[in-house]
Design a binder for this molecule. Sequence first.
Ligand code: C5P
Length: 247
Amino acid sequence: MADPREQHADPQFWALIPAAGIGRRMGADQPKQFLTLGSHSILSHTLSIFLEHPRIRGVVLVLGPEVDPDALDLPFAGGRLFRVVGGAERADSVQNGLDFLAERATPDDWVLVHDAARPCLPIADLDRLLGDLGNDPVGGLLAAPSTDTIKWSDGGAAVERTLDRARVWRALTPQMFRLGVLREANAAARAAGHPVTDEASAIEFFGERPRLVEGSAVNIKVTRQEDLELARLYLMRQGRLQEGFRG
Ligand code: C5P
């Protein structure tokens, strides 16, 4: 592959899909991203969103060391899909992907980190994220305003306080940050033992304020059995369950 640093003056967009988790909460005999919806795996549905998008230059797929990529059902990628081996925690898997990208991209390039188990991301949300953050120095994330009132527990079974609902957002993915900033922030948070459950939390730890871009609640993370039926419904509504899919 030619060196993109020489080819492009404008920052490029890359997707990074951590898929090295084992998904214990699903209770299935395989990680949730390998379960099938229609005739393709959840992972395959997710990858196709990015591979079919004209502004995404390449997709880095992070897989567990035990996974044979050749045995997976993956969409047509035209040489734009790169496989990287993951680590023990999500943040370790993301770091491996970022290190891989650092060899091929510039620090100003954008990385969109998206959960493998979110196959229902609407294209309109992806477009809004790219459009709204394109000139930002740091980046931000898709998020949904909370419709529930959120309780902060005392660490046990009692409520300590109630959060102001007007200010509570649920973090979704993709989370889109400049490669250089995210790589440094993620490494710093890991080194400090700070819990990193999403990229924005690493960026916050680094002292920056990720921007919130409103996204749709249909962009669910398939986590429990009941989420499979919902995901099937949303994919069908989007016309993406059978047709419109290049297998
Ligand atoms: O566990 P959780 O649902 O938060 O995982 C979010 C995403 O991170 C999933 O796509 C999962 O496969 C990925 N992950 C990973 N490496 C790990 C743990 C999780 O790539 N060690």
